[in-house]
Design a binder for this molecule. Structure first.
Ligand code: FAD
Length: 560
């Protein structure tokens, strides 16, 4: 091979898993290069909430929450798939807190532990009080210099009007329009619009929050460590010598460019979110590339490159399932997290019937929607139905409470259905009016008493987390009584695929027989997740991406 460049470690992909692997390797004295396919860096990680699920963190201990790693292991083990080895789950649980300690000591990223219940908190080993989910504090984007403009924008589902960033604490203040919400919002908007140097050249908000804060902080640390991130440089193939991965070929300025990696290659190029062919072949239950919240550049390239050098794959049929809204013209689905738990709305299928607990975690709801669609063909789309009071109290997908219907974009108007009565709304949705009326009457009878005998909405700790705590006896239930009534279509989608290359507890890529392929590591959605088909709590995708990134980089640089 005619190498055009030589470094110790090449990391493929600039999401959270990739950037952290690169940083840990660089801090352990390796010469590192990150190659990124897109013209923007940060991947889906930058568009995300940036939450990480870390049992036994120092941050949780400081708040008085003493976790037990055996409990955390037991909890994940029972939820994860049988084919996920115990050692992989154990490696995650044991390395997560040290990884976060390392990030705190070596970067400007600050995480706080949250009273956010696990998604199956009532299971053995689950945490009802939370404190395993951690969220990033705000990060000053000024520190990124020019790299701020090439960082991916946050998801429209995690920003206001598609540009204004908010922290998790501000979400609640805005949601309930609590004391000071208007002043807070006005201040943030003023800061945004008065930021002249950026306002003429970019939509970016310098006040980075959530996934933008995480990836922004990691990128600043990478810059300080002198690690280059090459944009518009897709990896094309891996190069092996005697069964060992010794480098890779990327496309640079439109031409193949061969880079030797003395110590190894870390694949962190996400899942096959936007590859329709790979979805059709592997994940028929999650077969809508357009509905995925993953970024458009995640097309499974590095999974296929791994397979080409003998890597095994695992759980390729699986995804981080989620209900999503789809606004025509957008390049991905918008995750629906909070709305389903708030009082005054229900989700129905095309027959006008409820079929699940709307307030369960997005993963559980996404899986139930996808299974229902496969079995009965009536759940894609399903409909979020809500009344006038909800419309003016809370957001629903692209609709914000104080923004009137006539001010919505043409794309939003094209999917929004409205009727003065439930019967009229049903006709607009193409649903049998009598069936929807019967469903609403049945739901209302229980909701008036704070009960949902069929699906138990509002009973589990996680349901209540996003309910309206001011509304009692059940923060998730209120009858739909006030017209006009509204409906928006909602689809079984995902926030990324989570099957991929088989790895061991050291993040090494292995073949079907479990033998490591020397010099090759995979992390994040590029690898099959240790969670199997489950989603134990908020942050179980980025938490492991970073943890196994930390493990991989230490392994290949020989750090002890
Ligand atoms: P990514 O962050 O997607 O990075 C992969 C990168 O690889 C991309 O930049 C891509 O362009 C690049 N790439 C692809 N192919 C190539 C190639 N051939 N060569 C070079 N580069 C390539 N998860 C959580 O744990 N916590 C949350 O709070 C959370 N919130 C979310 C909110 C939303 C709205 C969404 C959509 C998702 C959320 N998720 C969350 C899911 C999470 O964002 C993803 O699962 C995670 O970011 C995947 O990380 P990754 O490092 O594997 O991939």
């Amino acid at each position: 091979m005619n190498w055009q460049m030589e470094v110790d470690v090449v990391v493929v992909g600039s999401g959270a898993g990739g950037m952290l692997s690169a940083l840990v390797a660089a801090k352990n004295h390796a010469q590192v290069l990150v190659v990124e396919k897109d013209k923007l860096w940060g991947g889906t990680s930058a568009t995300s909430g940036g939450g990480i699920w870390i049992p036994g963190s120092d941050q949780a201990k400081a708040l008085g929450f003493e976790d037990n790693l055996d409990d955390a292991f037991k909890y994940v083990r029972a939820l994860s798939a049988d084919n996920v080895p115990d050692e992989n789950i154990r490696a995650y649980v044991e390395n997560a807190a040290p990884m976060l300690r390392w990030v705190t000591a070596n970067t400007g990223v600050t995480y706080t532990s949250q009273p956010y219940p696990d998604y199956h908190a009532e299971n053995p080993g689950g945490s009802v009080t939370g404190y395993r989910t951690h969220l990033p504090e705000m990060f000053d984007g000024t520190l990124l210099g020019n790299d701020l403009k090439t960082q991916r924008l946050p998801s429209p589902a995690a920003s206001l009007f598609g540009y204004l960033n908010w922290t998790f604490a501000e979400t609640y203040q805005l949601l309930y329009r609590g004391p000071g919400w208007l002043t807070g919002l006005a201040k943030n908007m003023a800061k945004y619009w008065l930021d002249w140097p950026l306002r003429f050249t970019s939509r970016k908000d310098r006040r980075l929050t959530l996934g933008n804060a995480l990836t922004g902080g990691l990128r600043v640390a990478l810059n300080e460590a002198g690690v280059p991130v090459w944009l518009k440089t897709p990896m094309q193939e891996l190069v092996t010598e005697n069964g060992r991965v010794v480098g890779l070929v990327v496309e640079k300025d439109g031409k193949p460019f061969a880079i030797r990696a003395r110590k190894g290659v870390v694949l962190a190029a996400g899942g096959f979110d936007k590859n329709q062919q790979m979805r059709d072949a592997n994940a028929p239950l999650y077969n809508k590339a357009w509905a995925s919240g993953g970024v458009t550049s995640n097309t499974g390239d590095a999974i296929r490159a791994g397979q080409a050098v003998g890597a095994g794959t695992m759980n390729m049929h699986s995804a981080w399932a989620a209900p999503v809204f789809y606004v025509p013209g957008e390049d991905r689905g918008r995750l629906c997290t909070i709305e389903r738990a708030l009082p005054g709305c229900i989700m129905v299928n095309q027959k006008g019937q409820r079929y699940l607990n709307e307030a369960a975690s997005y993963h559980v709801v996404g899986q139930q929607m996808a299974r229902r669609q496969r079995e009965f063909g009536d759940a894609s789309p399903s409909w979020m139905v809500f009344d006038h009071k909800y419309r003016h109290q809370f957001p629903m997908g692209p609709l914000l409470p104080l923004v009137p219907d006539w001010l919505q974009s043409g794309a939003v108007k094209s999917i929004l259905k409205k009727g003065r009565t439930i019967g009229e709304l049903a006709k607009a949705m193409g649903v049998d009016p009598a069936a929807l009326e019967l469903q609403v009457t049945r739901f209302n009878a229980g909701a008036a008493k704070g009960e949902d005998p069929e699906f138990h909405r509002g009973e589990a700790a996680y349901d209540k987390m996003y309910g309206d705590y001011r509304h009692q006896p059940n923060p998730c239930l209120r009858p739909l009584t006030e017209g006009p009534f509204y409906a928006l279509p909602i689809y079984p989608g995902d926030i990324g695929t989570n099957g991929g290359l088989r790895t061991n507890a050291r993040a090494q890529v292995v073949d079907d027989a479990g033998q490591p392929i020397a010099g090759l590591y995979a992390v994040g959605n590029n690898a099959a997740s240790a969670m199997g088909e489950s989603y134990p709590g908020a942050g179980v995708t980025i938490g492991p991406a970073m943890t196994f990134g930390y493990v991989a980089a230490r392994e290949l640089t020989g750090a002890n």
